[in-house]
Design a protein around this ligand. Structure first.
Ligand SMILES: [Cu+2]
Length: 158
């Protein structure tokens, strides 16, 4: 009888682990950044978030691998740009961190079903946005937040 709660706990932990879009191993962080996840905001979302209503937090100094996937029905891209006023567009020259955008042509984006990956160093504490660089998408609300935190020891997504 004692096995049942143990098994249930293991199943729940397994599910929670699999569902998290962010992992921390020492100073290495992996973010599964998913564009067009579900129908939130007409598909103009990252990980189901839009207009800054979701936040990835990573520790200052982390080496961050962004595994970017397009699960939507239109092209998408991302640029990590400065926080503050709501972003209305983004191109590679807005990237705060070296390699903090994908693909190379952010205006074109990656096609539905495609994936790409970049690695950047979270070298400056502050508040930023993941913004889609496909024309019209930022204006339509396709941006969520990224916080590079001095205080955080593990990455999170809320
Ligand atoms: Cu987009």
């Amino acid at each position: 009888m004692n096995f049942i709660p143990i098994l249930l706990t293991a199943v729940l932990l397994g599910t929670a682990h699999a569902a998290s879009p962010v992992q921390t191993k020492g100073s290495a962080v992996t973010i599964d950044l998913i564009a067009g996840q579900g129908s939130t905001n007409g598909g103009l979302n990252f990980n189901g978030g839009a207009r800054g209503d979701r936040t990835f937090t990573v520790p200052l100094g982390a080496t961050v691998t962004v595994k970017f996937k397009n699960m939507g029905i239109m092209p998408h891209s991302f640029v990590i740009r400065q926080g503050g006023a709501a972003p209305t567009d983004a191109d590679a020259s807005d990237a705060v961190f070296t390699s903090g955008y994908a693909p190379a042509k952010v205006e074109a984006g990656i096609r539905p079903g495609a994936t790409t990956q970049v690695v950047f160093k979270a070298s400056k504490a502050g508040s930023y946005y993941f913004v889609c660089g496909v024309p019209g998408h930022a204006m339509g609300g396709q941006y969520i937040r990224l916080v590079v935190s001095k205080a955080a020891t593990v990455a999170s997504f809320k």
